[in-house]
Design a protein around this ligand. Sequence first.
Ligand code: CTP
Length: 415
Amino acid sequence: MLNGKVIVLGVTGGIAAYKAAMLCSRLVQKGADVHVIMTESAKQFITELTLQSLTKNPVYSDTFDERDPSVVSHIHLADMADLVLVAPATANVIGKMAHGLADDMLTTTLLATTAPVMISPAMNVHMYTHPAVVANMETLVSRGVSMIEPGEGLLACGYVGKGRMEEPETIVEVVERFFEQQETTEWSMANEAKAPGLLEGKKVIVTAGGTIERIDPVRYITNDSSGKMGFAIAKAAKDMGADVHLIAAHTDVSPPEGVKTERVESAQDMYDAVMREFDDSDLIIKAAAVADYRPLKTASSKLKKQGEKMTLELVKTTDILETLGKYKQKQFLIGFAAETDSVEQYAMDKLRRKNCDLVVANDVTKSGVGFGTDTNSVHIYDAEGLALHLPLMSKEDVARRLLALAAERMTKGES
Ligand code: CTP
């Protein structure tokens, strides 16, 4: 996520400045182009050489140290930044930022930049809760500065409390999430206008929900699928102009309004419904959680208990996706893979085994991901490997991004 991102890292004079070395190292490892500006006080805690060696970029601290005559350094850094991160941020620099002071290279750059600004405060607990500092931080937040709250613990000054700079690993995660979010917003803005026509004239089949495999008239085997992901895809496909046929098994929510919906129960019912629609379809998205096994026999009347043990014999269902993969001609096929481990390996295996064009995989052990949630985070694979990673976002957004990718691939395939 940080590949090629220019991060101007302001390091100010607190003991936590030593953590700036680890922070630089982690950001650089993630692909960021890090440019450090240190205050004079920061140099009491960590050397320029350390940060220069880690970032492979010159370190700035003096506003008047103009090394490249073709540019004004603080303006150049301010303009090239994708993000200005101040870590650690002392009470002093927070005060200067709040009052618009610019008496050194860092604060001058902070005033000159239009890039987003993030700060990671670090100070003594009493300084952190001082009304002046609190007011300054509130001012900065009200102007759109993001605050990475300090952690609690034993502070270098001997006090226990809030004020310890957040750990570099956590700061890097926050920075990554920030860019992911920014990328998602930019994508939505760029694609919102063209989305309505993306699937015009296409016939799309979407399967959703979890199949029900009956044991007897009152008992069945099913799974945790809520149907939300499939429904979001059906709705998004319709909004993009497609003629959508939604085939829905058991779901927790109602199907989207205005979408042609066929209700089914078992894997066999779903198979029959999909096969009826398959020949003249262009795109099939198999978001349903289809039972891999069903009871060998379904009792026609309610089973009565007998003895201490009962054995239920199960037989394999027909794999719908695999069948479609075998017979597909012009159709673009998307499968789903809900995994709990080795996500990439299993997803790629399904893609090849079932002859899919894309496989949407998610790690359902992650919070906010998978069954029942309103959000999802997925990895989309094609035959070459990872095609797109979507960080945690609403299932509606995942649906739009997935369909936009499919539409692009289908257009390429036609030309
Ligand atoms: N699928 C299907 N028909 C089945 C079983 C699954 O069409 N009888 C589809 C699902 O709709 C989904 C994909 O196959 O798109 C999931 O693949 P699958 O290998 O069944 O995943 P799991 O059920 O997680 O199976 P495994 O135990 O092999 O991981």
